[in-house]
Design a protein around this ligand. Structure first.
Ligand SMILES: Cc1cc2nc3c(=O)[nH]c(=O)nc-3n(C[C@H](O)[C@H](O)[C@H](O)COP(=O)(O)OP(=O)(O)OC[C@H]3O[C@@H](n4cnc5c(N)ncnc54)[C@H](O)[C@@H]3O)c2cc1C
Length: 451
């Protein structure tokens, strides 16, 4: 469908789109070529998980992506086409990962041979060579089993790893942390992951190959740079800070309820999360209840900070994603720190990949509870910039941070440590992020580091 060209044969319909993430905005953009689209967004900005934050440090401006950051040239064909149509520029970047186990001073970065042995002691560790051997074996065997249809659909990843004798180091220091970071889970949750789904995802994203991998990209100017062009066709009918409260089906359309009243539309597109969509439906069908209710969500916490203590000790081991194994129970979610995806003018020659700029890092603590996050890891000012999560918590319990919230806007919140307010200017109220989707949404987060 071509935006801006109304098909003469199609009668114009009044369509409401609920949610301004990439799902809602893309739907609104395509539909507005033929129809009259109104977009409702609960937050006070467009973008949903596309959340670029403006930061000023030492007189320099940086645009930090605290939500959606990267895409690749294998699995995002529609998104790539859309960006091309909108004329949005992208830039290549690299994806590397590191693992650091704090209790044992063990770390590596899988990016190059040099970074693999960033910790020279690994050259002498037989267990490290077993880990590398298991990586190659897993890549080979999982690919073969997937292609030959030999993966038992009822099996979990953990069962398969045990049945095939994969070493503990490979499991705990490579595969499970990588998966746990992608899906914001714990190592135990990854062991319980459906095997077929896991292997297919890894294959589709080039994670089962050392050489044959997709090229990753970021958007020039930050992830938000597609928003103005995408919103242009329906810019006059965007309702920010307007949470939809309920939707009722009528014989001739739908009735949509907000705090300002009830409006009638011919169609509605629900581009919010499945549980939110289900809560909006006043008369969900059994199938809608079953399908939309089947997707569990959980909140993750995000801290924007400058504390390099959360990175590997050796600088050569710093990567785009840094998995921190700090001895916590396997049932707890792991911690990932990764560089703020900055689109400022400066790039760091020291960082692998082009996403990093010198001194700007992102970090995420994927704990279940905010209290341990902050008590155990809260870096003191000036390291900490802000912290937040994207939705009201969906489990009982009180939040330490509730006491220090400064602003909130329908689920997004942030706070600033007073001293840092002078150097950090957050232009948008909703800072970020995030929660996990069991299916394909991978949540993580980020932060900044001052060097
Ligand atoms: C921190 C983080 C980092 C990520 N990084 C990447 C990445 O690098 N690459 C990648 O491919 N994916 C990434 N993802 C996943 C990706 O960002 C999401 O899959 C995608 O952005 C989801 O888009 P969406 O439109 O479905 O939902 P969202 O972007 O979540 O948008 C939903 C919108 O609906 C609004 N809404 C909800 N209820 C209502 C209501 N009742 N009325 C009105 N509005 C409502 C919300 O406020 C929100 O703006 C990341 C996710 C997170 C959280």
């Amino acid at each position: 469908m071509t935006a801006f060209q109304r098909h003469p044969a199609t009668p114009e319909r009044r369509i409401a789109v609920v949610g301004s993430g990439i799902g809602g905005m893309a739907a609104a953009w395509y539909l507005s070529s033929r129809h009259r689209v109104t977009l409702f967004e609960a937050g006070d900005r467009l973008g949903g998980h596309t959340a670029t934050v403006d930061v000023e440090l030492e007189g320099r401006h940086y645009a930090i992506d605290t939500g959606f950051i990267v895409f690749n040239d294998w699995t995002y064909p529609h998104f790539q086409r859309l960006l091309a149509r909108l004329g949005v520029l992208t830039q290549p970047t690299e994806m590397s990962f590191s693992v650091h186990e704090t209790a044992r001073d063990f770390e590596y970065n899988g990016h190059t041979l040099a970074s693999l042995f960033a910790q020279r002691r690994n050259l002498l560790r037989p267990s490290f060579y077993r880990l590398l051997r298991d990586i190659l074996r897993f890549n080979r065997e999982a690919t073969r089993a997937l292609e030959s249809g030999d993966l038992d659909p009822t099996m979990t990843l953990g069962e398969w790893l045990e049945a095939n004798g994969y070493g503990e180091a490979f499991q705990r220091r490579y595969l499970l942390p990588m998966g746990a970071a992608i899906w914001s889970g714990s190592l135990q949750e990854l062991r319980d992951f459906p095997l077929q789904f896991f292997v297919r995802f890894f294959r589709n994203h080039g994670l089962l190959s050392v050489n044959d991998r997709p090229q990753w990209h970021t958007l020039v100017g930050g992830s938000r740079s597609y928003i103005p062009a995408l919103a242009a066709p329906y810019a006059g009918r965007i309702r920010l800070s307007t949470p939809v409260r309920g939707i009722r089906r009528l014989a001739n359309g739908v009735e949509l309820r907000t705090e300002s009243g009830v409006e009638h539309f011919d169609e509605v597109v629900l581009a919010c999360h499945a549980d939110q969509a289900l809560a909006l439906l006043e008369d969900p069908s059994p199938a809608e209840r079953e399908i939309l209710g089947a997707l569990p969500y959980q909140d993750n916490e995000v801290v924007l900070h400058t504390d390099t203590r959360l990175l590997p000790r050796r600088r050569r081991a710093w990567a785009s994603w840094n998995y921190r194994l700090d001895g916590r129970d396997e049932g707890q979610r792991i911690s990932v720190t990764y560089p703020g995806c900055c689109t400022g003018s400066v790039r760091s020659p020291q960082m692998p990949g082009s996403v990093g700029i010198k001194g700007i890092w992102g970090g995420v603590w994927l704990f279940f509870d905010q209290v341990p996050v902050l008590r155990a890891h809260l870096p003191p000012p000036p390291c900490l910039f802000c912290a937040g999560d994207s939705t009201p918590r969906r489990y009982p319990g009180t939040s330490l941070l509730a006491n220090i919230r400064k602003r909130s806007c329908s689920g997004y919140w942030l706070f600033n440590i007073s001293r840092m307010v002078r150097v950090l200017r957050v232009m948008t109220a909703p800072i970020f992020s995030s929660f996990r989707r069991m299916v394909l949404t991978w949540a993580w987060a980020k932060a900044v580091r001052l060097r």
